[in-house]
Design a binder for this molecule. Structure first.
Ligand code: XUL
Ligand code: CO
Length: 478
C-alpha cells in the first residue's frame, strides 16, 4: 500500500515537471491569468479595452456608454456642471466590491484580479482605478486606507504598505485628479468590534488615533480636499453594558485631537462626519444630521466639521435624502454628498446608484440654494448589484448615477428660472411679511402683544397649503 502511494506521488511529480517544461518551451507559463504578462508580474495593455472615453451625446443617444444629461463643460445657473458636482469614484465599491453577501460567495472576479491581497495586486488595482477615472472623465476619487493597501502584521508594516501604494497613486493622479476625500477603515478588523474612538479599550482608541493620523497624512500628501469620519462601529448594541456618556466624551476627544493634528500638518481640507442610524451597530451615535449637529455643538466642534450626507443613510434614519441635505444646509454644515440610494422595500444599506429623478431634483434644489458644495462633491458610495458582473457594468452604473444627478440639476434650474414654486412658498408665509410678522421674527413680539392681536382678529381663516399644486409644478419640469 505504502509503495503504491509513493509510486503515485512520483508519477504526479514527473507529470508536473513535464507540464512546466512544456510551458517554458512554449514561451509562457500556463498559470498566468489573461491580461498578465509572462511571469505574471505586470498587467499588459488596457484594463478596460474596448471601452472608449465616455462622452456627452445628449438625451437622444441610445449608447449605454455615453452621457445623455451630464455635459461636464455646460454651464447651468452660472457654473459648469462638473463644478456643481465634482463627481468622485469610490475605490472600495468599484475596485474592492466582490458581490459577496451573507448568503453567497463573491460573483465578481475582475480580469485583473489574482485573488490575493498582495502589494502587487494593490498596485495593479490602482492602475485600473486611474484608467477608469480617466475614461469616465471625472477628477476625484475617495478611499479608505485599507482598501488601497494591504493591512500589515504590525501598524508599521501597514503604514509602509500604504506609503508604497500611495506613492504610485500620486504618480498616477497627474496634475488634475485628486482625492475628494480619504478616510481610515476602522470597522473591518476584529479589534474594532466594540468601536474605534468609542471602544471600551484604551488600546483600540490609541490604535484608531494612529490609523487616522496616517490616513490624514496620506490624504494630505495626495492633495485630498476633505477627510471623512464615518463612525463605522461607533455606537452600541445595548445600554445594559454601555456607558453612552463616556463613549460620546471619548469620541469628542478623538475628534478634537484630529482637528489639532490637521492644523499641525497644515492640512486645509474640510473634516466631514457622515451620519448613519444603524448598521453595523443597532444604534450609531451619528444617527442623522440633526443628532450629529447637536453633538458637534455640545462639544464645541461645530466650526471645525461639516457633514457628508449619504442618501441611503438618510432613508435608513427615516428621512428623505433632501431632508438631511436641507438640515445640514440650514445649519451651515453641508459639506459633501455620498450620492446613492436604498431600496424602498429593503431595510438596509443597499448602496445603489441613484436613479430617482424626482429625488435628484429635490437634492439639487438644496445644493443650488447652498451655492454648490465645493470643496465637497458627489461621491458614488454605490455598488453594482451582485448579479451585475460585466466590466462595462461599472461604467454603465456610474453613467446612470451621473445622468440622474445631472437631470436633477437641469430640473432644479428650470424650477428656479420658472419661479412659481418659490412664489408658492413665499405666499405661504406672507402673513409674516407684515409689521407684526417682522417683529415676531426679530424676537420683539411678547405674549401680551400677541394675545391682544389674537383677540382683535377673532376666528381665523387659515389658507390651503397647496401641496398638490407644488407637486404639479415639480412634475412639470421632470
Ligand atoms: C458605510 C459608508 C462608508 C463611508 C466611508 O455605510 O457609507 O463607506 O462612506 O467610510
Ligand atoms: Co458613505
Amino acid at each position: 500500500m505504502r509503495t503504491m502511494k509513493a509510486a503515485a506521488k512520483l508519477l504526479l511529480f514527473v507529470l508536473c515537471i513535464l507540464a512546466v517544461s512544456l510551458a517554458v518551451i512554449a514561451g509562457s507559463p500556463p498559470t498566468c491569468p489573461a491580461g498578465l504578462s509572462s511571469g505574471c508580474g505586470e498587467w499588459e495593455g488596457e484594463f478596460f479595452p474596448g471601452i472608449p472615453k465616455i462622452k456627452y451625446e445628449g438625451p437622444s443617444s441610445k449608447s449605454p456608454l455615453a452621457y445623455k444629461w451630464y455635459n461636464a463643460e455646460e454651464e447651468i445657473l452660472g457654473k459648469k456642471m462638473k463644478d456643481w458636482f465634482r463627481f468622485s469614484v469610490a475605490f472600495w465599491h468599484t475596485f474592492r466590491g466582490t458581490g459577496g453577501d451573507p448568503f453567497g460567495a463573491p460573483t465578481k472576479m475582475w480580469p485583473w484580479e489574482d485573488g490575493t491581497n498582495s502589494l502587487d495586486m494593490a498596485k495593479r488595482r490602482m492602475r485600473a482605478n486611474f484608467e477608469f477615472i480617466d475614461k469616465l472623465g471625472v477628477d476625484f476619487w475617495c478611499f479608505h486606507d485599507r482598501d488601497v493597501a494591504p493591512d500589515g502584521k504590525t501598524l508599521e508594516e501597514a503604514n509602509s504598505n500604504l506609503d508604497e501604494v500611495v506613492a504610485l497613486a500620486k504618480e498616477l493622479q497627474g496634475t488634475k485628479i485628486r482625492p475628494l476625500w480619504g478616510t481610515a477603515q476602522l470597522f473591518m478588523h476584529p479589534r474594532f468590534m466594540h468601536g474605534a474612538a468609542t471602544s471600551s479599550e484604551l488600546g483600540v482608541y490609541a490604535y484608531s488615533a494612529a490609523q487616522v493620523k496616517k490616513a490624514m497624512e496620506v490624504t494630505h500628501y495626495l492633495g485630498g480636499e476633505n477627510y471623512v469620519f464615518w463612525g463605522g462601529r461607533e455606537g452600541y448594541q445595548t445600554l445594559l453594558n454601555t456607558d453612552m456618556e463616556r463613549e460620546l466624551n471619548h469620541l469628542a476627544r478623538f475628534l478634537q485631537a484630529s482637528v489639532a493634528y490637521k492644523k499641525k500638518i497644515g492640512f486645509n481640507g474640510t473634516l466631514l462626519i457622515e451620519p448613519k442610524p444603524q448598521e453595523p451597530t443597532k444604534h450609531q451615535y451619528d444617527w442623522d444630521a440633526a443628532t450629529t449637529a447637536n453633538f458637534l455643538r455640545k462639544y464645541g466642534l461645530i466650526g471645525d466639521f461639516k457633514l457628508n450626507i449619504e442618501c441611503n443613510h438618510a432613508t435608513l434614519s427615516g428621512h428623505s435624502c433632501h431632508h438631511e441635505i436641507e438640515t445640514a444646509r440650514i445649519n451651515g454644515l453641508l459639506g459633501n454628498i455620498d450620492a446613492n440610494s436604498g431600496d424602498p422595500q429593503t431595510g438596509w444599506d443597499t448602496d445603489q446608484f441613484m436613479t430617482d429623478i424626482m429625488e435628484a431634483t429635490m437634492v439639487m434644489l438644496s445644493v443650488v440654494k447652498n451655492g454648490g458644495i465645493a470643496p465637497g462633491g458627489f461621491n458614488f458610495d454605490a455598488k453594482l448589484r451582485r448579479e451585475s458582473t460585466d466590466v462595462e457594468d461599472l461604467f454603465i452604473a456610474h453613467i446612470i448615477g451621473m445622468d440622474t444627478m445631472a437631470r436633477g440639476l437641469r430640473n432644479a434650474a428650470k424650477l428656479i428660472e420658472d419661479g412659481s414654486l418659490a412664489e408658492l412658498v413665499r405666499k405661504r408665509y406672507q402673513s409674516f411679511d407684515t409689521e407684526l410678522g417682522a417683529s415676531v421674527e426679530a424676537g420683539k413680539a411678547d405674549f401680551e402683544l400677541l394675545e391682544k392681536k389674537a383677540m382683535e382678529w377673532g376666528e381665523l381663516k387659515v389658507p390651503s397649503g397647496k401641496q398638490e399644486l407644488a407637486e404639479m409644478i415639480l412634475q412639470s419640469v421632470l
